[in-house]
Design a protein around this ligand. Structure first.
Ligand SMILES: [Zn+2]
Length: 90
């Protein structure tokens, strides 16, 4: 599935995002603006998560879109990554 993870650098207040389709495989990450480094172990989990979630289909069955009029094909699930904020979301 396609999604994005937004990262805000609290040092320089810039933000940037990762999307699976544009994700460059690397071992470390730093802010493109000020160069502040993200803890490599945190980045490792983030990278694993992005690459794993990218393998999850948006729709199940994942060829549903290709045959929308085929009567035997019914959409079973659709999946989406959504933002969550602990202070504003219930
Ligand atoms: Zn920065």
């Amino acid at each position: 599935m396609d999604f994005k993870v937004e990262i805000k650098c609290e040092k320089c207040k810039c933000s940037f995002e990762f999307r699976p389709g544009e994700f460059v495989d690397r071992d470390a990450m730093s802010c493109p603006n000020c160069g502040q480094e993200l803890d490599p172990s945190v980045f490792s989990h983030l990278k694993t998560g992005i690459l794993e979630l990218a393998q999850v289909p948006d729709m199940i069955p994942d060829d549903w879109e290709l045959f929308p009029s085929a009567p035997q094909k019914e959409l079973e699930f659709s999946l989406q990554v959504k933002g969550y904020h602990p202070f504003s979301d219930g």
